[in-house]
Ligand binder design. Structure first.
Ligand code: CA
Ligand code: CA
Ligand code: CA
Ligand code: CA
Length: 325
């Protein structure tokens, strides 16, 4: 296998050698690795997004490089962090890498993930053949992803990236209620400068915005985005033909408080029973029925209840709807 022709990350000895050399040299001094694959001389890397004062607002998106600020802002808006995906359930041996097919999904066995993703039921990961023009999901399919484990190329934990340098990575979110996503940017350099573009799409795949973030293989940089509308997909792309991804992915939900139909008691008719329940006529009888307004609720509910102390008697109860909250 030849890196120059395939640019394949997983299971490629040449790619490993280049990657390790580049890492040892440090992200800002990667001439050896770069020249080894015959790419043009490097230009200075762009100013790291990690230095930006946050948050930066673009349209409906608010971007963060500081994890604590991101978490505080999300929590202040009533969002709840329901899951964090670390990829640590991978059974990959230390200092290893192995390819897997698109997509990597919750509960679906895939390569080194014997139970698929665990702990983040609304996240799906797959490669995107369209690289830096990821207008729609476009997975490679077979061997589209690679899992790196701690020790490989400088990684400090399990990571999931596209298996081919030219591809980008899509994180897809189901449930329609993810309104803040954060994580540590990770990048397996192919010899170029580091840094990834993060693009955000809504649940209808409409483009919402993008931002450039600092990154490295250790995942020491943070990228977070808070959205006014639910996020359906996030694409991570290295403009420098590298492997890229997010680790420790936080999925924040807007917790929708459901309203329920409330009823008040209208009357109780006793039949051969002296101990029928007494009701206060207050609007305080709750039901599991979910409603948007009181008109969604059944107007009246008739109930026949067993008499508490006479098996031959009963109580007929009539409830009228009174509220939805
Ligand atoms: Ca593991
Ligand atoms: Ca997990
Ligand atoms: Ca990890
Ligand atoms: Ca890539």
């Amino acid at each position: 296998m030849n890196l120059r022709t395939t640019n394949r990350l997983g299971g490629c000895a040449l790619a490993l050698a280049v990657g390790v050399a580049a890492h040892a040299a440090g992200p800002a001094d990667v001439d050896a690795g770069d020249h080894a694959v015959g790419r043009p001389a490097l230009t200075a890397p762009p100013a790291p997004a990690g230095s930006m004062e946050g948050p930066v607002v673009t349209g409906v998106l608010e971007w963060y490089t500081n994890q604590a600020d991101f978490e505080a802002a999300a929590a202040a808006r009533g969002k709840v962090n329901k899951a964090v995906e670390t990829f640590e359930e991978s059974t990959q041996q230390p200092n290893g890498n192995g390819s897997l097919n698109d997509p990597l999904s919750p509960g679906v066995p895939n390569g080194p993930f014997p139970n698929g993703l665990e702990g983040a039921p609304n996240l799906r990961v797959q490669s995107n053949l369209s690289g830096g023009n990821p207008v729609t999901p476009n997975p490679r399919g077979v061997d589209g992803l690679v899992n790196l484990s701690a020790g490989f190329g400088g990684a400090v934990s399990d990571l999931v990236m596209p298996n081919f340098f030219a591809d980008s990575l899509d994180l897809q979110f189901s449930g329609g209620n993810k309104t803040a996503v954060g994580g540590n940017t990770v990048e397996y350099t192919n010899g170029g400068p580091l840094g990834v573009d993060i693009r955000v799409y809504d649940t209808s795949n409409a483009y919402l915005g993008q931002m450039h973030f600092s990154s490295n293989i250790q995942g020491t940089f943070f990228a977070g985005v808070i959205s006014d509308v639910p996020i359906g997909r996030i694409n991570v792309y290295s403009p420098n033909n590298a492997g890229e991804g997010l680790d420790n992915i936080q999925l924040w939900y807007t917790d929708v408080q459901e309203s329920h139909c409330l009823y008040r008691n209208k009357r109780v008719k006793a039949q051969a029973c002296n101990t029928c329940p007494q009701f206060t006529h207050e609007c305080d009888i709750s039901t599991p029925a979910v409603c948007g307004s009181v008109k969604d609720c059944r107007k009246r509910i008739k109930q026949v209840m067993a008499c508490p102390d006479n098996p031959d008697g009963w109580c007929k109860v009539l409830h009228l709807r009174c509220d939805c909250k």
